[in-house]
Design a protein around this ligand. Structure first.
Ligand SMILES: C[S@@+](CC[C@H](N)C(=O)[O-])C[C@H]1O[C@@H](n2cnc3c(N)ncnc32)[C@H](O)[C@@H]1O
Length: 209
């Protein structure tokens, strides 16, 4: 999916992926990471997800990265947050108290940007990308994250839905292949649900790099 695809989705309000509430699997499984409250959390391809507010309320500093300026402006406006412009060579965006929202391409993120990151929350980021981009996405993430980081990853899997995303179906074998150099990959939970009436599973993984 090229940037223009996502810019058009936001401009045309085709944002069915956006959730009105905090993701229940985030609430249920975040504590399994056992992170110090003040650790920084990277939220790649963050949209205007309210999950960032929840993470912030848990005491975390949040680093969100999102292509769409519309998404980030709506996030700031809808939650009446007070923000200053980000000063960065590759991104515009918003600087808030203990939250930085970088507007631009995830693939421009550097190790310096992630120096304080201790965990990643991926909901609808990996599964938003087609196969060859998923590979690049994980490789880039592994390149820029400090060692010892953890991920909480919510993926989608279905035998009936083909690879016609987004969202794309990403099975457990692929996740294990992407993170084969991680110390541990645990499947924490499988939640049977559906996508537009077609059965599928949401799977929650904890990855320790
Ligand atoms: C399926 S949405 C999920 C958004 C969010 N994670 C959520 O749970 O609501 C994927 C988001 O990734 C953004 N995106 C896609 N490619 C990107 C890239 N290369 N860099 C940054 N953001 C990107 C899109 O604009 C879109 O908002």
């Amino acid at each position: 999916m090229e940037p223009d695809f996502w810019h058009a989705r936001w401009q045309q309000r085709q944002i069915g992926f956006h959730q009105a509430d905090i993701h229940p699997l985030l609430r249920q499984f975040w504590a399994t990471l056992n992170l110090p409250a003040d650790s920084e959390v990277l939220v790649p391809l963050c949209g205007k997800s309210k999950d960032m507010l929840w993470l912030h309320q848990q005491g975390h500093a949040v680093l969100g990265v999102e292509l769409s300026e519309i998404a980030l402006r709506e996030f700031v406006d809808e939650h009446q947050l007070s923000a200053a412009p980000v000063q960065h060579d590759h991104y515009c965006g918003y600087d808030l108290a203990d939250m930085t929202l970088l507007c631009g391409d995830f693939f421009h993120l550097s190790a310096a940007d992630c120096a304080e990151v201790r965990a990643v929350y991926d909901r609808a980021a990996l599964v938003a990308l087609p196969p060859e981009m998923r590979q690049r996405y994980v490789e880039h993430m592994l390149t820029v994250l400090p060692s010892g980081c953890q991920l909480l990853l919510i993926s989608m899997e279905s035998a009936e839905l083909g690879d016609r995303g987004p969202p794309f179906m990403v099975n457990e074998a692929e996740i294990r292949e992407h993170f084969r150099r991680a110390s541990t990959i645990e499947l924490l939970h499988t939640h049977a649900t559906d996508l537009r009436g077609v059965p599928m599973d949401e799977k929650v993984y904890r990855v320790q790099l």
